[in-house]
Write a protein of this length. Structure first.
Length: 227
């Protein structure tokens, strides 16, 4: 099973690296994961096709997977996730001066979503759509300048980096989450885990906390005249 997954991922990687990288949404990656899961379920005869469960694994009442089928699916899902997210996955990059700032996406744990913003020397940027975790730890030509993740409710809409007034801004869920000063190479605003910082009641409460403690302060900073 692992060889099949790696083979499909290699094909996807080759096709992506053959052209200039463009913005990729989180949904694009989850669509690829769903395709890998279905292919493996068919390969293991749990599914007959993409919509039909084999009799051995069909729960007659719910018309879904029975206990044995669900256990096998859980194993497949875990294997796909471990293979797919062994590296950081590209979403976007921006140039500023002699550097490239790259937004990567991955999974923290099993279900939490994580974003990492990495600064590359422009001369070392190879237009790759993946970044290995070992390279990030050992290569002095790049630096993770900040990161954050969602545990519980997720802000996965309108995810992007943009540069304004010599600041690098990270936005998701239509809220500003992070502000990095490109002139001084310093992180001004960021919260690694907004869910924990807001005491995690629900998404509305979390987003109220983000707006008050991050978004509004970042917006105010963006509108200030720089010295």
């Amino acid at each position: 099973m692992r060889q099949l997954i790696i083979g499909i991922l290699s094909i996807l990687t080759f096709s992506c690296q053959s052209q200039e990288l463009k913005y990729r949404s989180v949904e694009t990656y989850f669509e690829q994961i769903a395709e890998l899961e279905i292919n493996e379920l068919i390969e293991q005869n749990i599914l007959i096709d993409s919509t039909t469960i084999a009799d051995k694994y069909l729960d007659k009442e719910s018309k879904g997977l029975n206990e044995e089928g669900f256990m096998k699916y859980s194993e497949i899902k875990m294997d796909v996730y471990m293979s797919f997210f062994k590296d950081y996955l590209y979403q976007q990059h921006l140039e500023y001066g002699d550097h490239i700032y790259v937004l990567y996406f991955t999974i923290a744990g099993f279900d939490d979503v994580e974003w990492d913003i990495v600064k590359w020397n422009k001369s070392d940027w190879k237009n790759d759509d993946k970044l290995s975790r070992d390279k990030l730890k050992t290569d002095s030509s790049l630096t993770k300048i900040f990161w954050n993740y969602d545990e519980g409710p997720k802000n996965m809409e309108n995810i992007k980096l943009f540069i304004e007034n010599d600041y690098l801004v990270f936005e998701r869920g239509n809220l500003y989450h992070s502000l990095y000063d490109l002139k001084t190479d310093s992180l001004l605003f960021n919260e690694e885990s907004p869910w924990h910082a807001s005491n995690g009641e629900d998404k509305d409460k979390m987003n109220e906390w983000i707006k008050t403690n991050l978004h509004d302060k970042i917006e105010e900073k963006l509108n200030e005249k720089r010295k």
